[in-house]
Ligand binder design. Structure first.
Ligand code: ADP
Ligand code: ASP
Ligand code: MG
Length: 422
């Protein structure tokens, strides 16, 4: 079999741990598998590098930041290759540009466009473990790029797709995907399987156990992803295509995202083209707008509220002030709030069951938590609340949907019926 193993920061956080990873790689190879290993930077290293660069005031999407930040993965790749040799195995390390992992030029959030797998195949043919630096790539002009926080997951799954691997194992510091962040909800349950769709929602709603793009690659190329612990042999969670029985489970998990900010434009004229004037400058700079609310207009005016990633809030405010002064300038009201958390419940069964929203709102109300914004899709409901209530809300929702209990033993939703949503 051809297996891709990806190890996160904690799993390669010290030489001792790197040696343990090396032992696992060598074992897989001795069992007869071809093994490609993708590594993250050692725990804390990426944060340290970002902090260093930020003291020198880089511009938005600065190429030099990626040059610095990509080095964390270079160190772990080299160390792991050495550790495998120390154990008597054979290994060769590869950086993004050596393979090559071609990306677009969006620094700090580049997207993988193509991977040339020949060098990796040649490496296997020589009996070597291929050790690949995660998180980094190269654009068509030869600039070093990085894939966004958590991007080594995406390198892992994309390499697995490019090689047609039998599985991509994501080794991390938890032993699978849980019904909520186990660091926040001690009673969270490990799932045996989860559909790509649900994992995609959980990842995009703040469950950082897998990067969103990794799940997208897995889904698009049918790569089976196995999320498991690097500290044990236990089976983790398989991310797989949706199975019919999965719809029986209405709510699969709860996620919280504290990484967004809210921006409000008050009393903007309620005329055609206003939304375009507000959102075009933001999208032109690649700022991703998430939830948007526009309320009923009073006397020809309306309020528009939306969320953007916290790191883009300052730039978004600058752009709005610059590009649409008639909406945001003198006399108008442009306000923002960084003190928010987006809390979500996710489940493919919501498509066919009512009552989820009601139970969610009840649970938040019982804790005295005010809801500032709401958005829904076919398989999730999200609410924006004050950031300080994020963990309380996560636990309250986990309790309300009885996610600590085995799936078959959960109380039916009130008014549950197999049609519509609510
Ligand atoms: P790595 O460094 O291995 O990539 P991450 O820190 O990126 O690890 O992701 C693992 C962390 O994700 C866990 O320690 C856990 O706190 C967090 N997490 C958030 N939501 C979930 C969830 N639903 N299931 C499992 N882990 C989760
Ligand atoms: N080292 C990078 C980060 O901390 C990539 C990763 O760990 O996946 O975000
Ligand atoms: Mg990660």
């Amino acid at each position: 079999m051809l297996i891709v193993q990806k190890y996160g920061g904690t799993s390669v956080g010290s030489l001792e741990r790197i040696r343990a990873v090396a032992a696992r790689c060598v074992k897989a190879q001795r069992e007869g598998h071809e093994v490609a290993v993708v590594v993250s930077a050692m725990a804390g290293e990426t944060n340290r590098l970002i902090e260093l660069t930020s003291q020198l005031r880089p511009g938005p999407g600065d190429r030099e930041v990626d040059v610095v930040v990509a080095t964390g993965e270079q160190v772990s790749a080299g160390l792991l290759a050495l550790a495998i040799r120390e154990l008597g195995g054979q290994a060769r390390s590869f950086l993004g540009h050596q393979i090559k992992i071609l990306t677009d030029s969006a620094h700090a959030r580049a997207r993988i466009q193509a991977i040339e797998a020949e060098r990796l195949r040649a490496c296997f043919a020589e009996g070597c473990v291929a050790v690949i630096a995660g998180f980094q790539g190269i654009d068509e002009r030869g600039n070093i790029t990085t894939l966004g926080r958590g991007g080594s997951d995406t390198t892992g799954v994309a390499i697995a797709a490019a090689l047609g691997a039998d599985a991509c194992e994501i080794y991390t510091d938890v032993d699978g995907v849980y019904t909520a962040d186990p660091g926040v909800v001690p009673g969270a349950r490990k799932m045996e399987r989860i559909s790509y769709e649900e994992m995609l929602e959980l990842a995009s709603l703040g469950a950082k156990v897998l990067q969103i793009r990794a799940v997208e690659f897995g889904m698009k190329y049918g790569v089976p992803i196995h999320v498991r612990s690097s500290f044990s042999e236990a089976t983790g969670t398989w991310v797989v295509p949706e199975e019919a029985s999965m719809e029986d489970i209405v709510v699969t998990g709860v996620a919280a995202d504290r990484n967004e900010s809210k921006i409000t434009l008050r009393a903007v004229p309620d005329v055609t083209g206003v939304a375009r004037r507000i959102f075009s400058p933001l999208s032109a700079e690649g700022i991703i707008v998430d939830m948007i609310i526009q309320n009923i207009s009073h006397s020809g005016h309306t309020d528009v509220t939306f969320t953007v990633p916290k790191g883009d809030r300052e730039r978004a405010i600058e752009l709005l002030a610059e590009r649409c002064p008639e909406l945001t300038g003198e006399g108008a009201n442009l306000a923002w709030d960084d003190d928010i958390s987006k809390i979500s419940v996710v489940g493919v069964g919501m498509r066919s069951h009512a009552g989820v929203a009601r139970r969610m709102f009840e649970a938040l109300a019982e804790e005295g938590i005010n809801i500032q914004m709401i958005s829904t899709s076919e398989i999730k409901i999200s609410c924006v609340i004050r950031e300080k209530y994020s963990e309380l809300a996560t636990r309250a929702l986990h309790d309300a949907f009885e996610l600590e209990r085995p799936e078959g033993e959960r109380r039916a939703l009130e008014g549950e019926r197999p049609a519509g949503r609510g």
